[in-house]
Design a protein around this ligand. Structure first.
Ligand code: A2P
Length: 272
């Protein structure tokens, strides 16, 4: 018999309802600096893979404490996933890192952002360039069938300090061939090129250095990035984004926007 009446202390604890409240369904701690979590999705929330929303917690002063977070789950998912750094003494993440399933967060259901397929012109190959938690919008786009419908090949380059920092992305990418929706596409069309900068691993060095030196192209067997065929999305620190803009523009790619699609788009990985 499953229909026992729960003892009072086993009853679910219900927090007072917050405006735009969503319930946490899962939390994974990847390292002492990185965690991901899933929350319920408001029925009314429509977004394009790669966009971000404002999420947060109620502050001590009774005002919402919100930050921009890329949605890491694809647009078709029933839940929403986020990937976050734990900023020491960060007003939001020092508290957010302790959330547990069943607890609530605030989510403003107004998605925006430039890392969307609509901001790029059609092409042959799509490059995703990320440092650190900048992989979050690509975790969404990598799981979206539209990505593979629009481009013949997708290359995910991700750089972190240490191997453990790559794990969220690595496990996600390794799970894709088993994904019922996109497994069939990724087999020979998705290339993954992770690198570390402060710990030894198979491929080392910053994305920027590996592109400039040609090492990444040699390792991938791809003969460069060209405006005729290649499109790119960039998400990382401000310094990384600036360097990537310079590199891509040096190769003749132009920055696109929702209103005027072109060859590449950039967005800052917000919480840092
Ligand atoms: P590095 O270890 O050489 O600084 P962080 O953890 O500081 O956000 O950095 C994440 C990754 O991004 C690190 O591997 C770091 O390399 C790299 N990185 C930081 N700044 C840049 C930049 N301007 N261009 C390329 N890679 C960068």
């Amino acid at each position: 018999m499953n229909d026992r009446i729960p003892a009072p202390d086993a009853a679910p604890r219900t927090a007072p309802a917050l405006p735009d409240a969503q319930t946490v369904t899962a939390v994974t701690h990847w390292t002492d600096r990185l965690f991901s979590f899933r929350v319920t999705r408001p029925r009314s929330l429509r977004f394009r893979s790669g966009e971000f929303v404002m999420i947060g917690l109620m502050g001590e002063n009774g005002k919402p404490l919100l930050r921009a977070y890329s949605i890491a789950s694809p647009a078709w998912d029933d839940e929403l996933e986020f990937y976050s750094i734990k900023v020491p003494n960060g007003p939001l993440t020092s508290r957010l890192q302790h959330i547990e399933p069943g607890e609530q967060i605030i989510l403003r259901p107004k998605p925006v952002g430039t890392l969307v397929l609509d901001a790029l012109l059609p092409g042959k190959r799509l490059w995703f360039f990320a440092t650190g938690t900048g992989i979050a919008p690509f975790a969404s786009l990598l799981r979206d069938p539209d990505t593979y419908a629009r481009y013949e090949q997708v290359v995910m380059m991700h750089t972190c300090r240490e191997r453990a920092d790559l794990e969220y992305g690595r496990q996600l990418i390794e799970s894709l061939p088993e994904d019922p929706l996109i497994g069939a596409f990724v087999a020979d069309r998705l290339r993954y090129y992770p690198t570390t900068t402060r710990e030894k691993s198979e491929h080392m060095g910053r994305i920027t250095d590996n592109l400039r030196s040609g090492k990444a192209f040699a390792d991938l067997g791809i003969d460069g990035i060209r405006p005729e065929t290649d499109r790119a999305m960039v998400c990382g620190s401000l310094a990384f984004n600036m360097e990537m803009k310079e590199i891509l523009e040096g190769w003749g790619l132009r920055e696109g926007a929702n209103s005027e699609p072109a060859e590449y788009v950039v967005e800052k990985a917000f919480v840092d």
